[in-house]
Design a protein around this ligand. Structure first.
Ligand code: PEP
Length: 253
């Protein structure tokens, strides 16, 4: 019996005007009901966060951001600080999503600074890690994941690890419709858990590790039934209330 409650989060990416976001969160709230079998969260675009927080106030849905900057304030044109996110009621931030790493060129060093800032400001990071296709084909998956983990958590202890969610998202499975098999996911999740245990001891048993990459209502149950898969980070399928709610329902094992 695991002590980890499943955690399903939706990453809306660059989708939804405020009106669309309001309708989507209301529809998700209706579809999952008051007592879903998992913790549920959504990450709308920055401009919709305040409104979605307001709409979600009486629901079990947590609301966070897809990104943030690590500096407190200043001449950082186009960036959003953690104070600004806290001001509108965000409770978590994705850090190092593969699109941030590979479309916008974020480095492991920048991702570490963001992790540190999110934790220092009292929000929960969802640290996204995962290998690219050529890295998987070259047999480098575990090496890449280990490097991403050790740079992100550099200098941190169990206290920080316990306030973090990790999302393992193989880059080749994001938005491609090609998801990892439950066995492939479990292999890497187990490796991540072992790394956490080596580094943080018993705390590792309480850190949730989500799987992400083309999760849908058809594959969610089997992925979520793997012993070290504690939830899902969902992109495309989180943009429709019925498919997202079906993934939440699949967390009931
Ligand atoms: C994601 O954006 O984190 C993701 C997993 O996307 P998708 O579910 O669309 O593959």
């Amino acid at each position: 019996m695991t002590m980890r409650r499943p955690f399903i989060a939706g990453n809306w990416k660059m989708h939804c005007t405020r009106n669309e976001a309001m309708n989507l969160v209301n529809d998700i709230a209706d579809a999952i009901g008051a007592n879903p079998p998992a913790d549920v969260a959504v990450a709308p675009p920055f401009l919709a966060i305040a409104l979605v927080v307001e709409q979600a106030r009486t629901t079990p849905i947590d609301v966070g951001a897809q990104n943030c900057y690590f500096e407190k304030k200043g001449a950082f044109t186009g960036e959003v600080s953690l104070d600004m996110l806290k001001d509108v009621g965000a409770t978590f931030a994705l850090v190092g999503h593969s699109e941030r790493r590979h479309v916008f060129g974020e480095t492991d060093e920048l991702i570490h600074k963001k992790m540190d800032a999110v934790l220092t400001e009292g929000l929960m990071p969802i640290l996204c890690i995962g290998e690219k296709l050529d890295e998987r084909d070259g047999g480098k998956t575990l090496e890449v994941v280990k490097h991403q983990l050790s740079t992100a958590f550099e200098g941190m202890g169990a206290e920080q690890a316990l306030r973090t969610t990790i999302a393992y998202e193989p880059v080749w499975a994001i938005g491609t419709g090609r998801n990892a098999t439950p066995g492939q996911a479990q292999e890497v999740h187990k490796f991540i858990r072992e790394w956490l245990t080596e580094r943080f001891g018993d705390a590792a048993e309480r850190v949730r590790i989500q799987y992400g990459g083309s999760v849908n209502p058809g594959n969610a149950r089997e992925l979520l039934s793997q012993p070290d898969v504690d939830g899902a980070l969902v992109g495309g399928a989180s943009l429709k209330a019925d498919t997202f709610a079906a993934i939440v329902a699949a967390a009931e094992q």
